[in-house]
Design a binder for this molecule. Sequence first.
Ligand SMILES: [Zn+2]
Length: 349
Amino acid sequence: MELVFDGHNDVLLRLWRTAKDGGDPIAEFIEGTTNGHIDGPRAKKGGLAGGLCAIYIPSGDLVLKEPDANGHYVTPLSAPLDHLPSLTIALEKAAIAYRLEQAGGWRICRSTADIRSAMHEGIFAAVLHMEGCEAIDDDLDNLETFYAAGLRSLGPVWSRHNIFGHGVPFAFPMSPDTGPGLTDRGFELVKACNRLGIAIDLAHITERGFWDVAKTTDQPLIASHSNAHALTQVARNLTDKQLDAVKESGGIVGLNYAVTMLRDDGRDNVATPISDMIRHVNYMVERMGIDHVALGSDFDGASIPEEIQDASGNQILVAALKSDGYGTDELRKLCRDNWLRVLGKAWHE
Ligand SMILES: [Zn+2]
């Protein structure tokens, strides 16, 4: 089995919803469930040894638009969110993460040494990530607090606007060049992340935002859960020019398992073959090289191919990569080493 450190999951969103519905999120993770994609037992079975776990503030108004006769759709951007309610939700999700650590369900990792030792001990290595920074105030005071509490990665925006920048809509076919880039505060956020050692994730940001971060940051460029726009023309995927910039910076793109971002017709159809996942990996490896491609499943955040089903099916992808010709060293890079290298750089190790 090839252990996987994965670039993006939304398990904290699912566990938070469980808590809101009166359930026990800690027991759900530790004992296992049939809900969603990730829990302790399924992660173990699929060799999912750790990953970036998103603190994401849900948009209540998000309903994916049905495609027209040509399969085209444009889902309008979700409305901006207010800061204080977002902060409350972020703290609730962080509390679940800490309780899960106290109960022995996973370990919150703050360095690549932490990740390596958790993986070695067989404990799920969780890195706290903030997907969209509505919970961060405009003076960035909360950023310091969240960093001290273990936050090691953030995306300035999700697919909506906020005080830091602008996100791309869920739309097919569409270029990622859908609006303005970073705001002045967004540039300050990037500089603060560089100072503290917080990885900056470019998934969900507009193309102009991508270039604004690229010219400001001293880190390798990271798109934690995005695919190749040349193959699937959703606004969330990266153009060849963006992939070239990621490579140039020593950065990384994590393969998103979302079927809408894998299929050439962009449809939300889980009968999507593993070969579509391989196609995107191959394209990105050919374009950028093996050191710049990794996995970023979006488990618990997207519809994924039915053959994978959930975290327990992760090795099906690994096996498919192997039979496509990837050797042991290459698989190790794709599955975990590339993430560890890039995070180590972003964290000033
Ligand atoms: Zn996402």
